[in-house]
Design a protein around this ligand. Sequence first.
Ligand SMILES: C[S@@+](CC[C@H](N)C(=O)[O-])C[C@H]1O[C@@H](n2cnc3c(N)ncnc32)[C@H](O)[C@@H]1O
Length: 303
Amino acid sequence: MDNTVYIPPIKIQGIKTKLVPLIREHIVLEPDSVWYEPFLGSGVVGFNVAPHHAVFSDINPHVINFYNQIKDGEITPKRVRAFLMQEGKSLERDDDDYYYIVRDRFNRSHDPLDFLFLNRACFNGMIRFNKNYEFNVPYGHKPYRFSKAYVTKIVNQVAHVEYLIKKNHWTFLCQPFQKTIAMASKGDFIYCDPPYIGRHVDYFDSWDVASEKQLHEALTKVQSNFMLSTWHHNDYRINDSIKELWPECFVITQNHFYHVGAKEKNRHPMVEALLTNYKTTGKINRAAVETGQMQITSWNTCL
Ligand SMILES: C[S@@+](CC[C@H](N)C(=O)[O-])C[C@H]1O[C@@H](n2cnc3c(N)ncnc32)[C@H](O)[C@@H]1O
C-alpha cells in the first residue's frame, strides 16, 4: 500500500492527517463500495483513502463549495496561483488591514478563493464562524505568508484534489450528517469525524451529547460498516461518552499530538480512538503497540 499522506488545500482544527495510516489500515472497502464521509472538514481522510465512489458532505457550505468548484473546473491550479500571488502581494503591502478587507469581502460574497486565502492567512489555519455565520478567525500575522514556494505548495495540493476528482466518482453535498448517513446501504462504508463533545470546539455548527446520540441513532439505522473518530483520553480526562454512547463498538487507540493551543504549554498529547461496528481485519502495527503508541483496548460484540 502507498503510505504517502497527501495534504489537502484546506486546513481545519482537528485535521486527521496523522491518523490517516491507521484509518486506512482498518477500513473495509470493496471496489464497488461507496465511501460516505458526512463530516468532511479538510477532506484529508477521504482524499487519502481515495475511494472510487464517494459522497463527501459537511454542514459548512464553504468547504463543500470549494471542492465543488474544483469539480466544476471553476477553481483550477492556474487560477489559484494567480489569485494567491496577487492577494499575497497586497497582504505583504498592507498586512493586517488587507487580511480584514478580504475577511469582510468573504463575509459578503462567500468567494471560495477568498475562503482559501483566509484559511491560509488566518491564525493557526482555523475555521470558525460566529453566530451570524461570519468567518471570524483573526489574522495570523504573517505578511510574507504567500511566498512563491508556499503558493506552489497550495497549487500542488489543489492539483492533486483535481486529479482525484477527475479520476473518481465523487459527490460533494452541503447537508447535515443524518441525510448523508441515510443514503448508505449494506456494503458501503461510513467514516465519521464529528466535532468532539466535552472539548472546546468552534465549528460551523455546535456539537453536544444530544448530537452524538443522534449520530449513534443514524448509524444504527443503516446496515453499513462504520468508523468513528473520537478522543480517548488525555493527561487530565477520559472520554466517558465512548462507554456511555458507543458501548457496542470496537475501539482502536493511537497517541496523537493534537494542536489546540497556540502556545506549546497548552498543547497536550491526546490519545485518539477509532470506534468501529466491525472487528477490523487490518494489520496491527506491532512496533506501535510495543512502544505504547497504539493499543487495541477492547473487542466487544458487534452491533
Ligand atoms: C473534526 S471536523 C472534521 C475534520 C476532518 N476529518 C479532517 O481531518 O479534516 C468536523 C466537521 O464536522 C462538520 N459538522 C459539524 N456539525 C455537523 C453536522 N451537524 N452535520 C454535518 N457536518 C457537521 C464541521 O463543519 C467540520 O467540518
